[in-house]
Design a protein around this ligand. Sequence first.
Ligand code: PMV
Length: 343
Amino acid sequence: MINKNKYEAAWRCPSNIALVKYWGKKGKQLPANASLSFTLADLYTETKLTCASEEPGNIQVFLDGARQISFEPKIREFLARIDDLLPWLKDYSLTIHTSNNFPHSSGIASSASGLGALALCLAEIHASLSNQSPDVQFASELARLGSGSACRSINGTAAMWGEHPDFHGSSDRYAISVDHLLHPEFQGWMDAVMLVETGSKSVSSTQGHALLQEHPYAKSRFQEANRNMSRLKHVLQQGDIQAFADLVESEALQLHAMMMCSSPSYMLMQPETLRIIKEVRAFREQSGIPVVFTLDAGANVHVLFPGQHRIHLGETLFPMLAEACEGGKYICSTIGPGVKRLT
Ligand code: PMV
């Protein structure tokens, strides 16, 4: 905070990758099923927000210092969704300076980290204006209203979102950390993101979620996802890596199977996606090293692995997988918490 006419906040927020997928919404950006993700500490957005009492309602967004008028409608839509939670917003102008530490055209979605970082800034300014201490849960709720999966980036190494009987304190409104569930086997894991396709997607997540409304398998998918949450809880607690691989890979393929039998149907996997998936499975079988693939709503493949194998995999599996990537590129991140208040 600077003075009562001007407030500033700056935060870093990481991206995340879901193990059990959120795919389908209800009500006001609430999930049709619970989901659980690992936080990607090294793939993040940094955002500085300035709220000033001059020119209320004015919004300017800058990416790496350059004005991005095309981002502003999405930000306005987000602000309209949260105006009941932040009634002071309408009395201020907003200037948002943001940057990602991963390349823009990498095909890595910046919506989770970007909206997470903006939500953290808004939650801090809200706390200053209302004389409260900043609240992680509230920031997660704001982030959810920007982009559902963003709510899981705010809190912990592993976070879950969506009311579920097996997760105490779970809520449809915000995500909670489930770090306490992680068996030591899952400490120090990493994610190598194989960049198969670096352009924008042919069907956005927003469109994909909407197709679940009339989807013939929606109901059974939501039930199966919630059952997978119970199974994943057990697997994470037991440190059962084989069961982890089976479950996480099946979840990724179910997500894409839902796309393939939506009406209209569509496919976001590319031939290279399948090639990488097959190589990951063959390598796991031959080497006994637990490499596990997952996908988000795109063609890129996330390869999860215990960090102690990083050097070996960097000399063996990854160069082979990179042959199927655009420009031979992949990006590695540690799995861990990554939210940081910036001064
Ligand atoms: O947060 P959204 O609306 O971009 O949806 C994300 C959906 C998936 O990434 C495919 C799955 C997930 O749980 O993150």
